[in-house]
Design a binder for this molecule. Structure first.
Ligand code: N01
Length: 529
């Protein structure tokens, strides 16, 4: 079989646009997707309450004005089914399906030095060849259930939010547990509480949850976005986090208590996570951060009636924003329900699962079902799941044993013609990821066209450029409060994973300019032949 120009791994937001961009430039492309349908993260995260925490009109492609005109979002924060419908519409509208192979997992990719081609192995043993491999497998797609003792013996039903079954799941009249209170737990808990007879929430770390204040979009909002789309999209691209969030350039520490309170109240009323931009020192100065944390804890105490429960829900041990802020709808209110009990795992850790429940150090909870909202092997998991071998047979798993090393989060030294979309070392998860995906896809597309025009066959990051970039990414993070949290940004949620702050925190706009400058300088830092 003729080799493809490019193999793309994953058919979510990133893979679909990569296919469109490369095909449009005349490259032959094959996309492999493990799911039975397209959508990536949004295909698998079908749990009740799954909703994006970036606003719908911002969390959508901007590359096609026609697409933007045609598609109309119904809510401020889009729910999973609507996002999935959108992605399916995109696939149909641009005729992408013939080049996507579903139900197919890429298990290995090995670079053939002599032929300057990648041999890509699929889970049915088939091998395909391609000049380029683009990893579009998502930053949060390797779901993780911690190896709790006795879990195998549990006879109740088990679910992971990131791998939720397609059909309906009914918890009516059941005793249900949820482990994990990150973004997924916060969304699933209120809805399951409405169904279950008893709900036990097993919390290890209290999170900071803002009210989402989701609402239907009105005509005026939709028309405003349409009328100003060019300007708004431009602002997103030049912004710090890829959204239209207003970032105030004033210090919380220097502000008067009244002014500070007013600003925080505005943020609380607005909902969403924009409150983190309400002063310029919230993410860099612990004193400022403490002021916001104090405000948020006060709000929880106003909502939650039982002071002991409120205390457990406000026992956060990290700066606000150093773990991803959660957006909830009735989250704290759920703990006022008679059928909901918060189990503080800091006080009474899980000891073991049994056949019909879970035991902590002080009690056994009888359960019919357990929901794991326990997160992902984030950022590197979906890349390293594939056995990637570069020149001389070197292994990416080995090369990243002490943490991911990339140039710009886009390429790795030793792996010619391998590209990562929103890889570690790029703004990715700290941004509106659709904006970051578009930037990477366009950059990769331009780069491959450049190579073709110059009659070059290979491109990889130089070792020096890569190591300089890794040091830069770390240095930027160390100036903020982010490394203070044991977060998945740091790899801290996976025992044994190296603790390195993985995303680039310098901002989407700054990063984009840098990438453009590097491209304009004939891809400075790349070795091409
Ligand atoms: O996962 P998480 P997630 N014993 O890793 C707990 C995006 N997202 O799926 O903090 C007990 O954040 C863990 O406790 P701790 C978003 O970027 C977005 O919720 O490690 N508990 C934590 O409470 C988000 O950040 C949206 O102490 C254990 C939870 O499980 C990212 O995905 C919706 C445990 C995991 O939280 C991941 O979110 C959903 C153990 N052994 C997801 N291990 C929206 O757009 C883990 N936990 C709104």
């Amino acid at each position: 079989m003729e080799p493809y120009d490019a193999v793309v791994v994953g058919a979510g937001f990133a893979g679909l646009y990569m296919l469109y961009r490369l095909r449009g430039a005349g490259f032959s492309v094959r996309v492999f997707e493990a799911g039975e349908g397209i959508g990536g993260t949004w295909y698998w995260n079908r749990y009740p309450g799954a909703r994006c925490d970036v606003e719908s009109m911002e969390y959508s492609y901007s590359f096609s004005p026609e697409l933007e005109r045609e598609w109309e979002w119904s809510e401020r924060f889009p729910a999973q089914p609507e996002i999935l419908r959108y992605l399916n519409h995109v696939a149909d509208r641009f005729g992408l399906r013939p080049d996507i192979q579903l139900n197919t997992t890429v298990t290995a990719a090995r670079y053939d030095d002599d032929a300057a081609q990648w041999d890509v192995t699929l889970d049915d043993g088939t091998m395909v060849r391609a000049r380029y491999v683009v990893m579009a497998a998502g930053c949060l797609s390797t779901a993780r259930i911690p190896p709790f003792p006795g879990l195998d013996s549990f006879r109740g039903r088990t679910y992971h939010t990131g791998h939720w079954p397609a059909g309906p799941v009914d918890f009516t009249g059941q005793r249900v547990g949820v482990v994990g209170t990150g973004s997924s737990g916060v969304q699933v808990i209120p809805l399951v509480a409405e169904q279950a007879a008893e709900l036990y929430v097993f919390q290890r770390t209290a999170n900071f949850t803002m009210p989402a204040r989701n609402a239907p979009l009105n005509r005026q909002q939709i028309e405003y976005f349409r009328a100003h789309r060019e300007e708004l999209r431009q602002r997103e691209r030049a912004s710090r986090n890829g959204t239209l969030r207003k970032n105030y350039d004033e210090s919380a520490v220097a502000a008067s208590p009244e002014a500070r309170r007013r600003r925080f109240e505005d943020g609380w009323r607005l909902g969403g996570s924009d409150i983190i931009g309400s002063f310029n020192d919230l993410t860099v100065d612990q004193r400022a951060n403490d002021l916001l944390a104090g405000f948020l804890r006060g709000k929880v105490r106003e909502i939650v009636r039982d002071p002991a429960v409120a205390a457990a829900l406000t026992s956060q041990d990290y700066p606000v924003g150093a773990k991803r802020m959660c957006l909830g709808t009735g989250y704290y209110e759920t703990f006022n329900r008679d059928n909901v009990q918060l189990v503080d795992l800091r006080k009474t850790p899980i000891k073991t699962f049994t056949t019909n429940g879970v035991g902590t150090t002080d009690q056994v909870y009888q359960l019919d079902a357990m929901i794991f909202a326990t997160g992902y092997d984030a950022m590197t998991g979906s890349i390293l799941r594939v056995d990637i071998r570069g020149w001389g047979g070197r292994s990416l798993r080995d090369d990243w044993a002490a943490g991911p090393h990339t140039y710009l989060g886009l390429t790795c030294h030793g792996y010619p013609n391998l590209f990562l979309i929103t890889g570690p070392g790029s703004p990715s998860v700290l941004s509106n990821v659709v904006v970051s995906i578009e930037q990477h896809v366009e950059w990769i597309g331009d780069h491959l066209e450049y190579l073709r025009k110059k009659d070059l066959t290979t491109s990889e990051a130089s070792y020096e450029a890569q190591e300089e970039w890794v040091a830069h990414v770390n240095q930027l993070a160390s100036r903020t409060l982010m490394p203070k949290a044991a977060s998945w940004y740091m790899g801290a949620n996976v025992p044994g994973k190296p603790r390195v702050f993985m995303p680039y925190i310098g901002g989407v706009g700054t990063y984009r300019k840098l990438c453009d400058k590097i491209a304009a300088a004939d891809y400075r830092g790349f070795e091409m032949s």
